[in-house]
Design a protein around this ligand. Structure first.
Ligand code: NDP
Length: 275
């Protein structure tokens, strides 16, 4: 049987690195740290080597389509596809950041929504039967959904929203922020929040598509919240360690063979949450 492989984006530090640490201990196969910066990625490999763990490394900048397609081709060629994909890479502006809101909206959605969607576009076709896909979203996305207009909430919660419609709505939010008309458009003042609303909705859309198009492949795809975790993103006052934050993403990445759920859900503390 061919070697299994797990790939974690943005895993040179923070929650991503902790996910790799746990997978190195619990996943039967090769585990890849991926990072946009080769130096930071190799440092991360060394840090886990010093814990007697043996992750591998591949460069992957999710904002660079060429980097995505190169990585996808590498995993297809070397492993015949990917068994576990954790889309963890993400960004957030600090609360104190003075960048204009429209810039924060454009930059945040670029990585958290559009680049993550590019990852999914190029990696979903190579996810192997029995595979697990985990998108690291946030509770902030659920809270932000509740702050959207009733019409937007209806679309974002509907079972028939398409990937194209969702991407159109995400782009509409970015465009409206440039004219400072996002509030009239039904959106709250929350760039990171809208990005995570989008990522959770995208996860549900793609899970429904998997069920339709690959019903016998047993692939499970979910979005999750890691909790409030002490990382460069959330700061030192957060309540969880990175290893604690990794628990729910790792639980979803290692759902046992033959499991049929959760699938297409938003999961926190290993529990399916309302959407
Ligand atoms: P960190 O800022 O510590 O780590 C983010 C990681 O993503 C880094 O490795 C960073 O790489 C990487 N990254 C950013 N952009 C790209 C890119 N274009 N391509 C590849 N990698 C990229 O954040 P956390 O560990 O806290 O966050 C991880 C995920 O968890 C994010 O999606 C975040 O939104 C989510 N989350 C975090 C929470 C928390 O409390 N910390 C709460 C809820 C969700 P680099 O070092 O090169 O910048």
């Amino acid at each position: 049987m061919s070697t299994k492989v797990a790939v974690v984006t943005g895993s040179n530090k923070g929650i991503g690195l902790a996910i790799v640490r746990a997978l190195c201990k619990e996943f039967q196969g090769d585990v890849y740290i991926t990072a946009r910066d080769v130096g930071r990625g190799q440092e991360a490999v060394k840090s886990l080597n010093s814990e007697e763990l043996k992750p591998m490394f591949h460069q992957l900048d999710i904002n660079d389509l060429n980097s995505i397609t190169t990585a996808a081709a590498f995993f297809k060629d070397k492993y015949g596809g990917v068994d576990v994909l954790v889309n963890n890479a993400g960004i957030a502006f600090k609360v104190a950041d003075t960048a204009p809101f429209d810039v924060q909206a454009e930059v945040t959605l670029k990585t958290n929504v559009f680049a993550t969607r590019d990852m999914l576009t190029h990696f979903m076709p190579i996810i192997k039967a029995g595979g697990r896909v985990v998108n690291v979203s946030s509770f902030v996305g659920s809270r932000t959904l509740n702050q959207c207009s009733a019409a937007l909430q209806q679309r974002l919660r509907s079972d028939d929203i398409t990937e194209e419609e969702l991407m159109g709505l995400m782009q509409q939010f970015v465009d409206l922020t440039k004219k400072n008309e996002h509030k009239q458009g039904g959106w709250p003042e929350a760039a990171y929040g809208v990005s995570k609303t989008g990522l959770t909705t995208l996860s549900m859309i793609l899970a429904r598509r998997l069920s339709r198009e690959r019903p016998n492949d047993g692939i499970l795809l979910n979005a999750c919240c890691p909790g409030w975790v002490r990382t460069d993103m959330a700061g030192s006052k957060a309540s969880k360690s990175p290893d604690e934050g990794a628990m729910t993403p790792v639980y979803l990445a290692l759902l046992p063979p033959g499991a049929t759920e959760p699938h297409g859900k938003f999961v926190s503390e290993k529990e399916v949450q309302p959407w």
